[in-house]
Structures are given as structure tokens and as C-alpha cells.
Design a protein around this ligand. Structure first.
Ligand code: A3P
Length: 345
């Protein structure tokens, strides 16, 4: 066979081989995604007791599509009526803690087919003006969902705002409450970093973290500094416990949600009495971002915005040590109350 023909044949074989391998890879990935979209199991609990026994895969994908159209404002009133879509009050709220990883937690829970998230922070219970607008206003802020789904919202300011526990209790005394915490000193520095970035954007100067966190007169920790106060988790939790029993709270380890999110999400699924549907397939580590990102299906994946995962400024180790010593007794109390222990020094 002439050399030219041989080369042509080799080229054809190469193209056919690539096609075969590509199809094989596609099938393997597809099986992975199908596996994740198994029909939803029946759920025993109060939270989702009306979930259908079988939820056909096709319907689930189709219904997700409708919700997506709705979010884009493309679904018609007729579709809303036809599919029995509703705007439900949340059955679970991520009440805090600011910079604990609240956005990551909400987005990751939204991977679950029975969960629908309110994308924006609504600030209904912590903002007097919003609260005065009433419960109908709040409900209208909720996304459309199917009746079997549960809606979750997050507003981290709820955790530290005095009036909020009573207001939420009045709405639903059996609501499930999620609190995501990080090592308190790291959380305080993250809080500071966010404010610092805002100031720099406006070309304003700002004090160093050390100056804000330590009272220069007494050389003690400055408990008037909000970033410090927010990290005294037990003080805030005690206010909530005047209204809700401890069983209604679930504490999420925000540090582990960064390094190994799946086990934390599985604990939340159990707390919300949801069938386990979030799997390793849905989470992949993105080395460029340095964080886990989300995979919804074979075509759609996303990482959190760049404002999540900022580089923290260097803080004097002596100040870090002082803060860690300061938080220690509060942390002990927090472990005792919640029954969840962390390795915070
Ligand atoms: P840093 O910016 O200090 O790293 P919140 O959403 O409550 O504001 O919390 C922000 C924090 O979420 C970030 O703090 C980041 O560390 C953490 N986080 C957890 N999981 C993340 C993820 N998968 N992608 C980006 N940030 C994540």
C-alpha cells in the first residue's frame, strides 16, 4: 500500500479510536450522574413526610428544569399552576455564623434534589423595616418549589441579633436551625478581612486587626470589637436556647466543610431527615481556587465567588495566642451545650 494511503488509514483509525474512547468516557460519567439521581426514598420524619415514595428520574430532571426557568423569570403562570409550584416558608434556616461558611453550606445543600435555596440573604428577622412588612412579604421572597421540597434560607446576622430568636419562634416553633462555626480566632480574622476589603475598595484606610482586637489601655482582648464578640458562640447560642431546645439546632464544622465537605453534608441531610443524595460526585476539589466546587450534573458545575476564600492578612502570633486563650472557656461551654467538640486550641 502506498505510503500516503497508509497515513490516511492511520488517521481514520485514530479518529475512530478517539470517538470510541470519548463515548465510553461519556457513558461512565453518565452512569455516575444517573446513580445520583435515583428516585427519592420515603422519609419518615415530620420535615418531609409527604415526599412521594417514588420520584421518577425523568420527572425530577424535568422539574429541576422548570425551577431553573422560573428563577430566570421565564416560567409562565400556567406552568406554575400546572406543576403545583409554591413559595414555601423555610423549614430550615442557616442562622450563622458570619464567615463560618454559610454560603458554601447553602449552595452545597442545594445540590440535594429535595432542597431549594433562597439565593439572597433576606434579612427578614433582623431588620425591623423588613419584619414590619409581614410574613406575606417574607414568603414572596422565597423561591418557587414543589410541595415535597424544603426551602432553606441563610442570613448570618440572625445569630447575633437580639430580637431574632423570638421572631423565628413566632413563625415556626419547630423550625430546624443550622449554625456553621469555624475556629473562633480564624473566623474573627476572616470577618476583619471582609471589612478591610470593603474599606480598601472605597479607598479608605483601616486599623490593623491587632489594634482592633486588643484594647490598648488594658492590653486585654477588646470585647467591644464586633468580630471578637461574634466569635463568642456560646453567648449568642444561650439567647436562642431560651426559645428553642438544643435538639432543634445542628452545628456544622465550617473548617471541615472546607477540607472535606461530604461528611458534614451527610450529617445535615440526616438532621433534616432527607434521604442521602449528595455524593462525592457532586463535589470536586479545584486546585486553582483551593476549595471544593460543586458539580450538579455532567454539564453544570460551579465554584463559589472569589469573595469566598480571601487571603487573610498576617496577624501577630502573640495576638492570635491571646485570642485563642480568651475564647477557650467559651468554646468549652459551647462544646458542652451542643455536644459537638472541636479541636480548637
Ligand atoms: P475566608 O474568606 O475567610 O476563607 P461565609 O459564606 O459565611 O461568608 O463564609 C466564607 C468562608 O467560607 C470563606 O472564608 C471560606 O473559607 C469558606 N468556605 C467554605 N467552603 C468553601 C468553598 N467550597 N469555597 C469557598 N469558600 C468556602
Amino acid at each position: 500500500m502506498p505510503f500516503k494511503q497508509q497515513a490516511l488509514l492511520r488517521q481514520k483509525l485514530f479518529v475512530l479510536g478517539s470517538l470510541a474512547i470519548g463515548s465510553l468516557l461519556y457513558l461512565v460519567a453518565r452512569v455516575g450522574s444517573l446513580d445520583r439521581l435515583q428516585p427519592i426514598c420515603p422519609i419518615e420524619s415530620r420535615v418531609a413526610s409527604h415526599l412521594p415514595e417514588q420520584f421518577p428520574l425523568r420527572t425530577l430532571q424535568y422539574k429541576r428544569g422548570i425551577l431553573h426557568e422560573l428563577r430566570k423569570g421565564n416560567a409562565t403562570k400556567e406552568q406554575i399552576r400546572l406543576h403545583n409550584l409554591v413559595q414555601q416558608l423555610p423549614r430550615a434556616i442557616i442562622i450563622g455564623v458570619r464567615k463560618g461558611g454559610t454560603r458554601a453550606l447553602l449552595e452545597m445543600l442545594n445540590l440535594h434534589p429535595a432542597v431549594v435555596k433562597a439565593s439572597q440573604e433576606i434579612h427578614f428577622f433582623d431588620n425591623d423595616q423588613n419584619y414590619a412588612r409581614g410574613m406575606d412579604w417574607y414568603r414572596e421572597k422565597m423561591p418557587f418549589s414543589f410541595p415535597h421540597q424544603i426551602t432553606i434560607e441563610k442570613s448570618p446576622a440572625y445569630f447575633i441579633t437580639e430580637e431574632v430568636p423570638e421572631r423565628i419562634f413566632k413563625m415556626n416553633s419547630s423550625i430546624k436551625l443550622l449554625i456553621i462555626v469555624r475556629e473562633p480566632t480564624t473566623r474573627a480574622i476572616s470577618d476583619y478581612t471582609q471589612v478591610l476589603e470593603g474599606k480598601e475598595r472605597k479607598n479608605k484606610t483601616y486599623h490593623k486587626f491587632e489594634k482592633l482586637a486588643i484594647d490598648s489601655n488594658t492590653c486585654e482582648v477588646n470585647t467591644k470589637y464586633k468580630a471578637v464578640r461574634t466569635s463568642i458562640y456560646t453567648k449568642h447560642l444561650e439567647r436562642w436556647l431560651k426559645y428553642f431546645p438544643v435538639e432543634q439546632f445542628h452545628i456544622v464544622d465550617g473548617d471541615r466543610l472546607i477540607s472535606d465537605p461530604l461528611p458534614e453534608l451527610q450529617l445535615v441531610e440526616r438532621f433534616l431527615s432527607l434521604p442521602p443524595r449528595i455524593s462525592q460526585y457532586n463535589l470536586y476539589f479545584n486546585a486553582t481556587r483551593g476549595f471544593y466546587c460543586l458539580r450538579f450534573n455532567i454539564v453544570f458545575n460551579k465554584c463559589l465567588a472569589g469573595s469566598k476564600g480571601r487571603i487573610h492578612p498576617e496577624v501577630d502570633p502573640a495576638v492570635v495566642a491571646k485570642l485563642r486563650r480568651f475564647f477557650h472557656p467559651f468554646n468549652q461551654k459551647f462544646y458542652q451545650i451542643t455536644g459537638r467538640t472541636f479541636n480548637w486550641l
